[in-house]
Design a protein around this ligand. Structure first.
Ligand SMILES: *[C@@H]1O[C@H](CO)[C@@H](O)[C@H](O)[C@H]1NC(C)=O
Ligand SMILES: [Zn+2]
Length: 434
């Protein structure tokens, strides 16, 4: 009897925690918004600076916008669209149900990890989404287990004091200055979880399960899996769609928190982003105001004359994007496009049939105007090949194309298809495919 009561109690506690977890999203609706012309698209995208909505996909004349709208803003939002004659459709009435489904699906993944025992260091299964501490510890273990190949470094701390670690992978201890450096990173945007397997799988293929020796021997690698650990943890524990870092002190009583790190780099800073801390694209008080972007700058600056390829993994949209976010093209735009297209073709060969082909292009012309992005900063300081890589949208669970929520079966695939792209880019810059 006592046991029975205990299990009832545990059941209710678990049930309560699960329920409370996504409470913030109760009644949030997901909209698909169709812009008939440029004016409508501008109007829709500009709403994010007026109403606290969250634009997942910006509207343009070729692509419907996808927008998350809080319960108390729905009427306001719909009225605004109607006043301009913009067509919209509610795709998900209550996003909270989707989030609870995702929890259930991810919980299953603990029961079926791929077998990694042959690799000795309790290698992380790359087909799972791992939390910050697990990854942080893994990087240290890998370096300890492979001292002749792997070094773990700290780039600095996050706002809340988490260590931001990265790996240096090199057969020559980074001392052979003729070798080009490739720099890969993920999770600058907290909620874009599917970026993590892309960097973890690259680590796998360079350290544990090496099948392309020339990539290991001829290139030095820098891999930073969790660029925004505070935001990432917050997206696990409290707010699944958290995008920014966790900077406080921006508004009275911290009613609005966080800086969009992908708008905080010192490149055309503030020209196409938001100055309102309550929006998702708040660029911070000044360029590089945030410890997380300073961490990345430190690495970029330290190796600027050797990094030949920089890829920042995001989601979603199936895109390989190059600079600049204001539509200005770098002098080597044709080369960027050529390498991007070669990467996309390689990826498309193994992509899932149900996902769209990858698109390659300039950020502004392919997507929207943005300033202060990581890959634009890298391009700006002279790193020749610099991309923001958008992994495919997840199909979600009950609805069609539902962006950030992770499809269990896709996690491993995300790593594998990103690797196809990385290989092509890396071979290109190291001259291995000439
Ligand atoms: C090692 O990599 C190869 C090629 O990418 C793959 O086919 C194989 O399954 C991997 N092995 C393990 C144990 O992960
Ligand atoms: Zn992103």
């Amino acid at each position: 009897m006592a046991n029975f009561l205990k299990s009832v109690f545990v059941f209710f506690v678990v049930f309560y925690v699960v329920c409370a977890k996504h409470e913030a999203y109760d009644g949030h609706a997901f909209y698909e918004v169709t812009a008939k012309n440029e004016d409508q698209a501008k109007f829709v995208n500009g709403l994010e600076n007026q109403i606290p909505i969250d634009i997942f996909v910006y509207a343009n004349t070729d692509r419907a916008g996808q927008i998350l709208v809080p319960k108390e803003q729905k009427m306001n939002f719909e009225a605004s669209l109607e006043s301009m004659g913009v067509e919209y459709r509610v795709q998900v009435e209550n996003i909270r149900e989707q989030l609870e489904l995702e929890d259930k699906i991810l919980a299953q993944s603990t029961s079926e990890p791929i077998d990694r025992s042959t690799f000795g260091v309790q290698a992380l299964p790359y087909n799972q989404i791992h939390r910050y501490e697990v990854v942080d510890d893994y990087l240290v273990r890998l370096a300890n287990a492979h001292p002749n190949l792997v070094t773990v470094e700290s780039a600095g701390k996050s706002f809340e004091g988490r260590d931001v670690k990265y790996l240096k992978i090199s057969t020559t201890n980074f001392e052979d200055r003729r070798k080009p450096v490739v720099f890969l990173m993920s999770l600058l945007h907290a909620r874009e979880w599917v970026g993590l397997p892309s960097t973890l799988y690259a680590i796998d293929k360079l350290v544990l399960n090496v099948t392309e020796n020339d990539l290991v021997n001829n290139i030095d690698w820098i891999i930073l899996p969790i660029a925004n650990p505070d935001g990432y943890e917050f997206s696990h524990t409290v707010n699944r769609f958290w995008r920014k870092n966790r900077r406080t002190g921006l508004t009275h009583g911290d009613s609005c928190v966080g800086v969009d790190l992908h708008r905080n780099f010192d490149i055309f800073w503030g020209s196409a982003s938001s100055s309102d801390p309550c929006t998702e694209t708040f660029h911070g008080r000044s360029a590089f105001s945030e410890p997380e972007t300073q961490n990345i700058r430190r690495i970029l600056d330290a190796y600027a004359n050797r990094i030949e390829l920089f890829i920042d993994f995001h989601s979603y949209g199936s895109m390989i994007l190059f600079g600049f976010g204001n539509g200005q093209l770098p002098a080597n735009a044709l080369t960027l496009n050529l390498i991007g297209v070669n990467m996309a073709q390689a990826i498309d060969k193994i992509k899932w049939d149900m996902k769209p082909d990858y698109t390659v292009g300039n950020i502004y012309y392919t997507r929207y105007a943005m300033s202060g992005g990581s890959s634009d900063y890298a391009q700006g300081i002279g790193i020749p090949i610099s991309f923001t890589y958008e992994l495919p949208a997840m199909r979600g669970i009950a609805v069609g194309n539902f962006g950030y929520l992770v499809e269990l079966a896709f996690i491993g695939q995300a790593g594998e298809e990103a690797w196809e792209g990385i290989k092509v880019g890396a071979k290109f810059i190291s001259g291995l495919n000439k």
